[in-house]
Design a protein around this ligand. Structure first.
Ligand code: SF4
Length: 380
């Protein structure tokens, strides 16, 4: 095993995990009411929770809700429509694999590809740029992801991208959506577990104003099992003590200020604008769009994108029954959706939460339809 493997194993020690589980049980008991509901806003947290079976050791009275933390799931239909319209107009599109099957109003990029459009799957913006450099035609990178991946997109634009390369940005910025969730009338969220990788860029100080405004604690946590358990323990302590504070439980990667150089790169290229997140709401400052200085790389300004023709021919859809928005807001779970595992499955997704490996419905489906591994009697 190499050093990286050994390092990871330190954070997967079953004996310490069992101790942490007892600590969670004690803290929930000290809070003295149930359920205690907290939310994480990161698909990678949900993946780790499911992969390591952590819900089986969470106290029954602790509800860990998955919020709007999957960038693919929150890419709005009109954004997908823009990519589909460009592809159908003969422009070559490159994007991440998960984005292919995200349903637009009428079609997905995979549908367009099946009908002959040129759509390439890439693993990074750098790979998309390299592909463009080999081509003598326009290539648009349909860019999704939160601030972590937006930094990579920005860095490429600050380099010397080829002239035939442009960006259709569906990048999103996490902090503003936490405001929306905190203000939802039926929200049960008493604390947030924030994503360690995004905070590596932004720094944990970014949450201080949020905490001041909403009086809800935020704990930054990493992605190994003990990181998540320790993050939850700290969050429960803060809830118990009614201390609305920001705590950094991922100090091996996250600092208060974050990565200043990455922030500079991000904000030099992008500006935050209001826009819809699929199923959630209009999120003020939640979308990242290219600044005027980078207009020549902005596919929205470089091409005339006519999405209205897609809307005219939108087939009847089951999408109106999709409750992704309620799931990401923490007020419903996939099992409440009448389409889950029936009309909506990973091979035939109705909503975006079933598409991405970071989507709640997809993760629930992958792990057998429910995320608590205890049998029903034990859960009762
Ligand atoms: Fe939407 Fe499918 Fe999830 Fe139902 S199961 S909420 S239709 S993604």
């Amino acid at each position: 095993m190499n050093d990286a493997g050994r390092n990871a194993m330190q954070f997967r020690d079953p004996a310490r995990a069992a101790q942490m589980a007892s600590l969670l049980e004690r803290l929930v008991g000290e809070i003295g009411r149930e359920p205690v509901s907290v939310m994480h806003v990161c698909g990678s947290h949900e993946q780790a929770i499911a992969r390591f079976g952590l819900r089986a050791i969470f106290p029954r009275a602790l509800e860990v809700i998955m919020g709007p933390g999957c960038p693919v799931c929150v890419t709005d239909m009109p954004e997908v429509d823009e990519a589909v319209a460009l592809a159908e107009d003969g422009i070559r599109i490159a994007t991440y694999g998960d984005m292919l099957r995200v349903p637009g109003t009428a079609r997905s990029l995979a549908d367009a590809q099946a009908a002959g459009a040129k759509v390439d799957v890439v693993y990074s913006v750098t790979q998309a740029q390299q592909l463009a450099a080999k081509l003598d035609e326009e290539l648009v990178f349909f860019a999704s992801g939160f601030e972590t991946t937006a930094v990579a997109t920005a860095a490429v634009l600050l380099g010397s991208p080829p002239p035939n390369f442009s960006i259709l940005s569906a990048h999103k910025y996490i902090p503003p959506v936490m405001e929306i969730v905190a203000e939802m009338p039926h929200t049960r969220v008493e604390g947030f577990l924030a994503a360690g990788h995004a905070a590596t860029i932004t720094g944990c100080a970014i949450f201080e104003r949020f905490v001041e405004r909403h009086r809800i604690p935020v704990v930054v946590a990493g992605f190994e099992p003990l990181d998540i358990l320790a993050g939850l323990a700290k969050l429960l302590e803060l809830v118990r003590d009614r201390r609305p504070e920001v705590a950094n439980m991922y100090p091996r990667c996250v600092t208060r200020e974050g990565n200043r150089r990455a922030q500079e790169v991000l904000w030099k290229v992008f500006r935050p604008v209001g826009g819809r997140w699929r199923g959630i709401a209009h999120v003020p400052n939640g979308n990242l769009r290219l600044r005027d200085e980078f207009a020549r790389f902005d596919a929205r300004r470089r091409f005339k994108i006519d999405v209205s023709r897609l809307w005219d021919y939108a087939p009847p859809s089951l999408a109106h029954s999709c409750i992704c928005g309620d799931i990401m807001a923490g007020i419903a779970s996939p099992s409440s959706c009448s389409l889950f595992g029936k009309q909506c499955e990973p091979d035939n997704p109705v909503g975006a939460c079933m598409v991405s490996t970071e989507g709640t419905c997809r993760i629930w489906h992958q792990y057998g339809g429910q995320l608590d591994l205890r049998d029903k009697d034990e859960r009762a």
